[in-house]
Write a protein that binds this ligand. Structure first.
Ligand code: F6R
Ligand code: MG
Ligand code: MG
Length: 368
């Protein structure tokens, strides 16, 4: 049976700032998706939040980019904005809804989308990840570790089904182009691209031996869509696991190091990506630190069994502690790079105004 999993999310309003999605928004979305389940449009769903981003995880048999599924998500975001976010004056009400009218596909309209269609296996474990206060390139490090680094994923070395490696589809989000790169033989080419996390973003990963889809991310850049600051994209990710794919624990292992990502306060700072439980999926200190939640399901005939709140575990306490230490260390740089992002990556800047003000006071100097 071919199943499609669609994870669609948007920031349509936060409580007390860009902190967290209020429960009322989640309840609204749940009601709407329950109706869609009753009509048979979707098979199952799970609604949750990561910080100020409302997350709709849906299963169905309609394939990727299905207009009805995208319309369902779009209308939930629009209606919830009108009925809840605006009357309650939630912060940034409707922030990610960049277009007026729905045009058949939610891609490019503001919300983030990750979708994959696959033949359901004998057992189908699927993990979903949602991050807040960062960008899609934040998954690059994680996906490389999971699917190409044998020091992370033992199966790359000792599971014959994975031994030939994985193919990475990388998007250039500036040029709107994609390229498929095969590992392990082209690992260095892959790293040469994906180390530039603001531009080259891993969109999909396939098992090389049979082309089976293993992972898909949301790979948009809102600021590039809108041509102005509209917040970071706060990405999502779907990963299938086990039986010839990385084990659940091999996927989670990649999150044990709180690597530095772009985003945090005003989308203009570098900070550690901290894995947290749903309970702690809210952004506080300096609007962060950037956080990721992970949920694990088993899918059977499209129905969702779960979730397991994957980071709700003392095994990640040390990662969180390291993230706090790194957060302290980075914060002490204040407005200095590399804590503050480079000029081209900052989503807030006063530089043009400052330069204009000082224009007449800049005088020629001798080159030293
Ligand atoms: C980052 C983010 C927040 C805001 C910050 C300022 O993606 O959403 O850190 O940038 O809270 O928000 P405004 O300018 O709306 O007060
Ligand atoms: Mg926000
Ligand atoms: Mg957000």
């Amino acid at each position: 049976m071919k199943i499609t999993t669609s994870l669609i999310k948007a920031d349509i309003g936060g409580l007390a700032g860009h902190v967290v999605v209020p429960p009322k928004l989640e309840e609204f979305a749940r009601d709407k998706l329950k109706q869609a389940k009753e009509t048979g449009l979707i098979i199952d769903f799970y609604v949750y939040h990561a910080g100020d981003d409302l997350q709709l995880f849906m299963t169905h048999t309609r394939g990727e980019n299905d207009p009805e599924i995208h319309k369902l998500a779009w209308e939930i975001f629009v209606e919830a904005t009108e009925k809840i976010s605006k009357p309650l004056k939630l912060y940034g009400a409707g922030q990610d809804l960049l277009k007026e009218a729905f045009s058949g596909n939610i891609r490019g309209m503001g919300p983030g989308v990750a979708e994959m269609e696959f033949e359901e296996r004998k057992s189908e474990p699927v993990l979903i990840f949602s991050a807040d206060k960062t960008e899609p390139g934040a998954w690059n490090y994680v996906l490389y570790k999971v699917f190409a680094d044998p020091f992370n994923t033992a199966g790359l070395v000792i599971d014959p089904a994975m031994h030939s490696g994985f193919v990475f589809e990388v998007y250039d989000v500036y040029e709107h182009k994609g390229v498929k790169i095969s590992t392990p033989e082209e690992s260095y080419d892959l790293l040469a691209l994906i180390g530039t996390t603001g531009r080259y973003v891993i969109k999909r990963v396939y098992r090389k031996s049979d082309g089976e889809i293993a992972a898909v991310s949301s790979a948009t850049r809102l600021s590039l869509i809108a041509g102005r600051y509209v917040g970071k994209d706060d990405p999502v990710l779907i990963v299938r696991t086990q039986h010839g794919l990385p084990a659940t624990g091999e996927v989670l292992e990649a999150f044990a190091f709180p690597h530095l990502v772009a985003g945090w306060m005003r989308g203009s700072h570098t900070g550690p990506l901290m894995p947290v439980s749903l309970r702690d999926a809210k952004c506080t200190r300096f609007d962060g630190p950037p956080r990721v939640v992970g949920l694990g399901f088993n899918i059977h005939e499209g129905r969702l069994e779960g979730p397991v709140d994957l980071f709700d575990d003392p095994a990640f306490d040390e990662t969180r502690r390291q993230a706090q230490i790194v957060a302290d260390y980075m914060r002490r740089h204040g407005p200095f790079m590399p804590h503050r992002l480079g000029m081209e990556e900052m989503e807030y800047t006063s530089l043009p105004i400052v330069l204009e003000k000082l224009k007449s006071r800049f005088v020629p100097v001798e080159a030293e």
